[in-house]
Design a binder for this molecule. Sequence first.
Ligand code: ADP
Length: 267
Amino acid sequence: MPLIIITGLPTSGKSTRAQQLHAYLADRIATETPPNSQPKYRLHLISDQTQGISRAVYDLSPEHLPAHVRSANASEKDARAALYGAVKRVLSPRDIVVLDGLNYIKGWRYQLFCEAKNMSTPSAVLQIGCPVDRAREVNEARLARRGAASPPPPQSPLSPAPAATAETNNNPPPTQALEPAPEPLPQTEPSLPQPPPATGDDDDEPYSPSNWTNLVFRYEEPNPMTRWDSPLFALVWDDGLEQTRTVFAALWDVVAGVAARPVRPNQ
Ligand code: ADP
C-alpha cells in the first residue's frame, strides 16, 4: 500500500484519526501474518510532528511576516520538502505510509500520488470532516492553554521565518455540511485497537488565529473525480468506532487487500 494521505482542516481531528488508522493497520498486519512468518508490510506514520515542523511554517499572515519574505513561501516549501523526503525514503510496495497532515494543496497531493505511482504502489486519500466552528474551538482551546493569543515561536529547525503567498488560492471555506458532534469517541471496543484519548485536553501546538483562518480559506477540497484524490474516503468528527472500522477496512482492501492491484508507473 501504500500511501494513505490524510487531509482536513486545521485542528479537525486528523492526528487522532491517523493514530487510530495506524493502530488498526498494525493490528491488521499482525493478524494477517501467519505464525513464524515475516509481516507482509512495514508501517510508518509521518506527520509535521514526527518531522519537527512547527505550525508557524504555514503562517502567511502579513502581521507575522516581514514583507520581503512573503513571496517566497519558503518555510512551507521547506516543510513540504522534508515531508516528501520522509515519505520517499520509506515508500515501497512493502511499506505502508500514513501521511498525517493538512495536505491541503491539490498540487501537493498530486505530487504524492505520482510518487506512489513511481513506486508502483497504490495511494488513497482519507479526508477528515469537521464543522469549522468545532475545529476553531479546538484551536482556541489550545491557544488558551498556552495562554497566548500570539503564535508560539517556531520550533522547527527547517526555517523559522514564516512564509508567503505563492500557493494560496481563493477557494471559499469548505461548504460540506458536517454534523456537529460533541461526543468523544467511545474508548473501548474489543475488535479495534484502542483509539487515543479524544478529550480535547491536549497540549499540541496551536495555530495563531490568523494562520488558522487563512488555512481554512486556502483549503483545497479533495475531488474524487481526479486520479490523485481517489479513491477518497471520509470520516467525520462524530463517526464512532463501527463506522471508523468500516472505513479503515475499506481502505485496507483498496491498498493492501483483495482490491489492491499493482500500479504501473505509466498508468
Ligand atoms: P489535528 O490533527 O487536525 O490538528 P487532532 O487530531 O490533534 O487534530 O485533534 C484535536 C483535538 O480534538 C484533540 O484534543 C483530539 O483529542 C480531539 N478530537 C479529535 N477528533 C475527535 C473526535 N472524533 N471526537 C472527539 N474528539 C476528537
